[in-house]
Write a protein that binds this ligand. Sequence first.
Ligand SMILES: Nc1ncnc2c1ncn2[C@@H]1O[C@H](COP(=O)(O)OP(=O)(O)OP(=O)(O)O)[C@@H](O)[C@H]1O
Ligand SMILES: [Mg+2]
Length: 235
Amino acid sequence: MSIVTVNDVNKVYEDKNNIPVQALNQVCLKMEEGEFTAIAGPSGSGKTTLLNIIGGLDKPNSGQVKVAGQELTTMNRNALAEFRLKTLGFIFQAYNLIPVLTAEENAEFMLLLQGVSAAERHQRVKEEFSALGIESALLSRRPNELSGGQQQRVAVARALVSHPKLILADEPTANLDSQTGKRLLDKMKEMNEKKGITFLFSTHDPMVMGRARRLLILRDGEIVEDRKTEPASPA
Ligand SMILES: Nc1ncnc2c1ncn2[C@@H]1O[C@H](COP(=O)(O)OP(=O)(O)OP(=O)(O)O)[C@@H](O)[C@H]1O
Ligand SMILES: [Mg+2]
């Protein structure tokens, strides 16, 4: 079953001098449930824009975007917020942790909004943290007391704990050393295989591209390549 259908999507931004920038140009993309797909392409090619549009964070100027059976382009703000809460996990290029909350409170935030009990929130966060190698001493720290890589892992834990249907990740390994990056990919792959969560992530990292089962290449707002890749042997 398709989980993402993007049809003839155009996105035009205006820069400060009102000069139009075509960030996405007639993009079409169909993804099936269970895919593990990477988007690569030069800086400025439209990767973040495409992820934001599929996540309902930004609207296209024209075209349709259907995710998990729902047409996003005609939904209002409240409906979009509800859709994101129930269906999606996000891992952003900047981690978007909430500065006044501790690592644990950040990680359980989606569960809190979903009405999950305190005991279960605690249990699930504890499990994710240990799976991601986040020491329990970090639970009570605020984002500004964590390293970049630690903040990244808290953001990943936050996306994973709510067991979304689709996880969108914008350069999830960008600020990690290669060992931590590999561990993160292993974890994402495990969630993909065990829980059937679909992943779509952008990357500049050849290691990450190599782990994807499908690779999309964007250039100047267009998908110029779309290929299935062989499963990489574990490094
Ligand atoms: N808010 C904005 N206003 C104006 N132009 C924008 C805006 N956001 C993005 N753009 C432009 O749209 C194009 C696509 O940007 P996007 O951020 O999607 O690229 P990207 O592939 O994610 O790049 P990177 O690899 O550097 O993260 C770029 O030319 C960028 O300058
Ligand atoms: Mg980007």
